[in-house]
Structures are given as structure tokens and as C-alpha cells.
Design a protein around this ligand. Structure first.
Ligand code: GDG
Length: 450
């Protein structure tokens, strides 16, 4: 079997992997051998690269630091102030500076330089996510002929958003050097096909084959999953947080998201406010726990979303709280994974309302964590990639507070029989298309594409 080279923005450096994606990529590396390459997380004036053996496994980890300038231009700049907002339909939040484009090209070129001595004949290279679009082009320019695949974890932008890039033609040129481009959902292939048709010389050869800048490119949808078996076990073993229940005596609704403007957190707060106004009987019978750990705090748009969210939570609590009931608890820090699993299990409603999202793993974790005998109800945005497969959830339009509030009321009142039916169907999908399925399916398609 040929070796696997994984490149991702962040390299997990601990000895005990956490999170389904890390486990899956490590498993793939373990069975084929190879190297995992990524940013160490260190921003320093004297950036270094470090090669380490992975303890007890036949692969190595190659990490690189970033200079403050590269971190600003490549990571905070082009990746998170241009690509992220555009891929999530927020051109109003884009900040374009020529240094960002240069920095993005520069860092991808340096990563390619750094990789060259570690590549061998017959390797397969799997590039993860939007930070690294130019990597295949950079490697090809250095003579690499290996199979190179890309997987995009976030939505692919449609023509209007793609057109707001400072360099839309270059994006398609970068992509043309991959053998396989993987997306989360069918809708992303549609957006890719349409944007490519309008903004580049791309020809559509078949449902999954395109010709771009004279090269043939395969595209496919590979919906990412979670480490379902482990997550189910973790939720079953989680200590029952009786404290939560006795504090509220109410049905708990949970939201878990990085505090990102794409996740629709203020929209769901407003919907909850509407619910409490329109159906006062539900006051004190429902409570909302929102966990939203901080992320990318250096980017202005993230400071704004924090202020908006805290303000709304305060206003709703001020309007409705009583001596023994707090309508919203908003926690702006990360919880340990087992605690999270236990909280999902206790929550009668899982609220996942992004305005745009590649997949959304929280939706899958919530389903996996439920007690099948008495499961909770998932409310899911139609704009999450997960909505393509998780059709038994209550699917809502996250821009419409009436629609979300109506789904909340429906969830509170849903019969046990209906909850069980919906949950059984959802769980089947989550278990069958788990993270191991995802990586195996992608790598098989990469082999086939070459
Ligand atoms: C990107 C795409 C795509 C959250 N808070 C805590 C915590 N989390 C964990 C969740 C979940 C993960 O973080 C978030 O995953 P999502 O999929 O919801 O969203 P993104 O971070 O935006 O991920 C997304 C994903 O990539 C994979 O391809 O699905 O669309 O945007 O696992 O549980 N974990 C812990 N404490 C927290 O407080 N331990």
C-alpha cells in the first residue's frame, strides 16, 4: 500500500488524539505509514520545523511554526478574513488586502518546500481544508506527480461569493492541480460547478468529472462523520448531571458551537425569545444551555458576534428570568469532551441552526449521545451540510425566528413514539457513515481518480 501524506492547517501534537477527525486520519496513517504535516500553533519570530516519530506507529509528524507576519496574512488574513466569510455567504465581512493574498501564496509555497525532502515515489497526498488550496499547484511546480486530493470542510462558495474574491480565477487554477476535490455535500459540487462555469474555463464532463485549465479533475461529496461508537460509549458513561436538572426542573435545550458568526447563535436566541413571548406556558418549562467556546478572537467580526450574543442573552434573561429559573445559560468557554457528551444526553432538544455550515458534527454528536429509549429531538438548519442526510430532524430555516420557535414548540410536545422513530433513523445514518467510513471512502475515490 502506498504511503499517505496528510497536510492540515493544525497538526495535533499531543500523544492522545482527541476528536473524530484526528483519530480517523491517524488510523489511516497508521495503516499505510507516512507523514502528517501541519502548523504547530506557535507564532514566533524564529519559526522552526520539527520532525517527530509518532509513538508506537509507523508515521511521522512534521510541524512548522509561523512568523507573526505569516500568521497575520495567511491565517487571520486570507484564510479567515477572506475565504471563511465568503464560503459562509458573508461578503460583507470580507477584509481584502494585497498582503493577505501574497502571504497565503507565500506560506503555501513554504509548506511545499518543506514537504519536498519528505516525499517518496508512490506517495498519496491528502490536503485538508481552505487554508491550503494552492498546495497542489506549488507541489506540481516542484515536479511532484503523486496523487493529490483535497477535502474542503466548509461550503464551496457560489458564483456571487466566489466573484468577491480578489483572485477568483486563481482559486480555480489552484484547484485544477488536484486529482480529486472532495466536498461535504452534493450542494457544494453544484456550487463548484456553477462558480467554475462562470468564473473559469471549467468544462463539466460528467457528474463528477471536470476539465479545468486543460487538466482533468474529479469531484465528489464525502459527508464527514463522527467516531460514533466511541461517542455513544462516552455519552452512556457520562455522569448524570443531576445538578443541571434540579436547578431548572425544565426541559433542557442545548447548543454547542464555536462562537462563530456562521453558526446563527443570535438568530436562535431571538427565536427562543419569540417562543417565550408567544407561548408563555413554556416559561419555566424549558431552559437553554448555549456552550460557545471562543475562536479567532483577533478577527474583528468575532469580537462583534461575542458582544451581540452576550447582549441578547442578558436581555432575554432580564425579560423572563424568575427567582428559580434562568432562561438562557451562555457559557463562553470549552467544556471537557465527556462533560459535553453527558450534557447532550440530558438535553431534550439539540439546537443546530447555522446560517451556513460544511457539515456540522454537533448534529451527529447530539444524535449519538441520546438514550434510544427516550431520545431528544434534533432541530437542524437546512443550510448545514448535515441536512442533506439527516432528514428526520426538524429541518428549519435559521433566518426565520417563527420557523425555529415553531420547531422548538413541536419538539417540546413530540410524543415518545415519534421521537424514537426519528432518532432510530438518524442514529442509523450516524453509525453507518462514521468517520472511518469517510476517510476510507475518500481514499478509495482518490485511488480511483488516479
Ligand atoms: C468545520 C466545519 C464541519 C465545540 N465546543 C466544544 C467542543 N466542540 C466540538 C464539537 C464538534 C466540533 O467542536 C465542532 O465541529 P462542527 O462540525 O460543528 O464545526 P466547525 O468547528 O466549524 O468545523 C464544519 C467540520 O469542520 C468537520 O469537517 O462539520 O461544517 O465548519 O466536534 O463537539 N468540544 C469540546 N468542548 C467544547 O466546548 N470538547
Amino acid at each position: 500500500m502506498s504511503r499517505l501524506i496528510v497536510v492540515s492547517n493544525r497538526l495535533p501534537l499531543g500523544d492522545n488524539p482527541s476528536g473524530g477527525l484526528v483519530v480517523a486520519l491517524e488510523d489511516a496513517l497508521r495503516s499505510s505509514g507516512g507523514v502528517w504535516i501541519g502548523f504547530s500553533g506557535e507564532v514566533t519570530d524564529t519559526p522552526a520545523t520539527t520532525l517527530q516519530d509518532h509513538p508506537g506507529a509507523p508515521f511521522q509528524r512534521l510541524s512548522f511554526d509561523l512568523s507573526p507576519q505569516d500568521h497575520e496574512d495567511y491565517y487571520l488574513g486570507y484564510s479567515n478574513s477572506i475565504l471563511w466569510p465568503l464560503c459562509h455567504g458573508r461578503p460583507d465581512l470580507v477584509r481584502i488586502f494585497p498582503e493577505y493574498v501574497d502571504g497565503y501564496r507565500r506560506v503555501n509555497g513554504s509548506i511545499a518546500d518543506m514537504m519536498m525532502p519528505h516525499l517518496r515515489e508512490g506517495d498519496r497526498i491528502w490536503v485538508q481544508d481552505y487554508h491550503l488550496f494552492p498546495l497542489a499547484a506549488e507541489l506540481r511546480a516542484r515536479g511532484v506527480t503523486a496523487a493529490i486530493g483535497h477535502f474542503l470542510h466548509i461550503p464551496f462558495p457560489g458564483p456571487a461569493d466566489c466573484g468577491a474574491l480578489p483572485n477568483p480565477e486563481e482559486l480555480f487554477d489552484w484547484l485544477s492541480h488536484y486529482d480529486l476535490v472532495g466536498f461535504q455535500a452534493e450542494r457544494d459540487i453544484g456550487a463548484f460547478a456553477e462558480s467554475g462555469r462562470q468564473l473559469s474555463d471549467m468544462d463539466h464532463l460528467s457528474d463528477t468529472e471536470f476539465r479545468l485549465s486543460g487538466r482533468k479533475l474529479h469531484a465528489g461529496a464525502f459527508p464527514i462523520g463522527i467516531d460514533a461508537k466511541n461517542f455513544i460509549a462516552e455519552a452512556q458513561d457520562a455522569p448524570d448531571e443531576d445538578r443541571m436538572r434540579s436547578l431548572t426542573g425544565a426541559k433542557m435545550m442545548i447548543g454547542v458551537d464555536r462562537l462563530d458568526y456562521s453558526k446563527g447563535i443570535p438568530h436562535r436566541f431571538r427565536a427562543y425569545q419569540l417562543l417565550l413571548e408567544k407561548i408563555p406556558d413554556l416559561q419555566e418549562k424549558i431552559s437553554f444551555l448555549q456552550i460557545a467556546p471562543p475562536t479567532r478572537g483577533e478577527v474583528e467580526a468575532y469580537q462583534d458576534i461575542r458582544e451581540e450574543t452576550e447582549h441578547l442573552a442578558g436581555r432575554i434573561n432580564g425579560q423572563f428570568a424568575s427567582l428559580n429559573w434562568t432562561p438562557i445559560r451562555f457559557i463562553h468557554r470549552a467544556m471537557a469532551r465527556p462533560v459535553l457528551a453527558g450534557l447532550y444526553r440530558q438535553a431534550g432538544i439539540g439546537l443546530v441552526t447555522p446560517l451556513a455550515d460544511g457539515m456540522n458534527l454537533v448534529a451527529k454528536e447530539y444524535v449519538a449521545a441520546q438514550d434510544p429509549a427516550d431520545p431528544g429531538v434534533l432541530i437542524l438548519s437546512r443550510f448545514a451540510g448535515a441536512a442533506e442526510t439527516m432528514t428526520e430532524a426538524l429541518i428549519i430555516n435559521p433566518h426565520d425566528p417563527y420557523d425555529i420557535a415553531q420547531a422548538m414548540a413541536q419538539a417540546v410536545r413530540m410524543s415518545l413514539e415519534e421521537r424514537r422513530e426519528r432518532h432510530a433513523a438518524l442514529l442509523k445514518g450516524v453509525v453507518e457513515q462514521d468517520i472511518a467510513w469517510w476517510s476510507a471512502t475518500y481514499l478509495k475515490a482518490l485511488d480511483a481518480a488516479c
